[in-house]
Design a protein around this ligand. Structure first.
Ligand SMILES: *Cc1c(COP(=O)(O)O)cnc(C)c1O
Length: 366
């Protein structure tokens, strides 16, 4: 069988290891997963009620247009319903965009390291990838603007950036937008939007009128705690949404995910509590890093990238054997770091204690 040549260079996404698998493999009874930036506090109790009501309709296709959720999100964000596109996770919106926009004659610009799905999907479409290295963990927006030429179709901006956790300020973002030609789409991936504390974080939705070439991605997977249900969305000008809609599958988001997302959006208190606990959790990690003089990027998200000055795989393996799943920085472009999701206060204290032992070399690290 023949496949697209470019797909032979790709490997499937390596997700964080599932808890059950690690328990079985290593014979551990307790395993804590702090690998995929999932919400350690679950999701709003209102979500479970909403899902319960949908169970009577499992035989009926979902609303392909997500009309109820669309209305809810449009009101919540104060945008028009026609400015939204929903996906099976924001991952799918990235896929839809690449499918609709990129060709093998075009190129796409992104930071490196950043969220891998921009590149992955662009490679499948055969587009040229223009990666611009982060500088001190931050997007080099000047160089990204320099990389744009007449064949550039999409520029990806991950804000806050995964895996570094830092952010692009309003001022820097605006001066970048001014440089980007009007026919080049800028995608601002805001998967961690609800966790951002920085006061100078850009309010991108208010920029949509000025910049009709801007698209914003948000998700219910992170702060809303609905990762299992796969639902995210894009916000852009009506014109862009209309152009890319044909690349979306007719029933791409499920009935249960739509209902859950509506309920999740209604529970603003849940998000507020998770935000606060996350800020407190980050403080636990900052104190740990300062105690052992480890360098890290101050985070605007629910994870932290810590430089342990030793192989990230070694740190990963040590933690795994002690019942913690994290992401090794080696696969993320930071070979001596590990990316750790901020958990509950107790989970954070436990992993910090375990890491402290490693650093104080009370244990053998292979
Ligand atoms: C987690 C994540 C996503 C994908 O989230 P979905 O679960 O597909 O909605 C997108 N972008 C970034 C930067 C992420 O970290």
């Amino acid at each position: 069988m023949k496949v697209k040549k470019q797909i032979t260079q790709l490997t499937p996404y390596q997700p964080g290891k599932p808890i059950e698998e690690v328990k079985k493999e290593l014979g551990l009874s307790k395993v804590t997963k702090l690998a995929s930036n999932e919400n350690p506090f679950g999701s709003s109790p209102k979500v479970k009620e909403a899902i319960q009501q949908e169970l009577a309709f499992l035989n009926i296709y979902p609303d392909g247009y997500s009309a109820s959720l669309r209305e809810k999100v449009a009101n919540f964000l104060n945008v028009k319903e026609e400015q939204l596109i929903f996906g099976n996770g924001s991952d799918e919106v990235i896929q839809i965009l690449c499918r609709a926009v990129l060709t093998k004659e075009s190129n796409t610009v992104m930071a490196a390291p950043t969220f891998p799905q921009y590149k992955h999907n662009a490679v499948i479409e055969g587009a040229e990838i223009r990666e611009v290295p982060l500088v001190n963990g931050e997007h080099d927006l000047d160089e990204m603007a320099n990389q744009i030429n007449e064949d550039t179709r999409i520029v990806w901006v991950c804000n806050p950036n995964n895996p570094s956790g830092n952010y692009i300020s309003k001022e820097r973002f605006l001066s970048f937008m001014k440089k980007v030609p009007a026919d080049v789409l800028v995608v601002s991936d805001e998967a961690y939007f609800e966790y951002v504390e920085a006061e100078d974080y850009p309010e991108t939705i208010s920029l949509l009128d000025t910049y009709p070439n801007l698209m914003i991605l948000r998700t219910f997977s992170k702060a809303h705690g609905l990762a299992a249900l796969r639902i995210g969305y894009g916000i852009a000008s009506e014109k862009i949404i209309k152009l890319i809609e044909p690349a979306r599958e007719p029933f791409n988001t499920s009935r249960i995910a739509q209902a859950a997302a509506i309920a999740a959006l209604e529970d603003e208190q849940f998000i507020k509590t998770c935000y606060e606990k996350n800020r407190e959790g980050l403080q636990q990690f900052y104190a740990f890093c300062e105690k052992y003089q480890l360098s890290y990027y101050p985070s605007q998200a629910n994870f932290i990238l810590i430089d342990f000055e030793r192989s990230g795989n070694e740190v990963f393996q040590y933690l795994l054997e002690n019942g913690f799943i994290v992401r090794s920085g080696e696969a993320l472009g930071f070979p001596t770091s590990a990316r750790i999701t901020v958990g509950s206060q107790e989970q954070n204290a436990e992993i910090i204690e375990c890491l402290s032992k490693m650093i104080e070399q009370k244990v053998e690290v292979q």
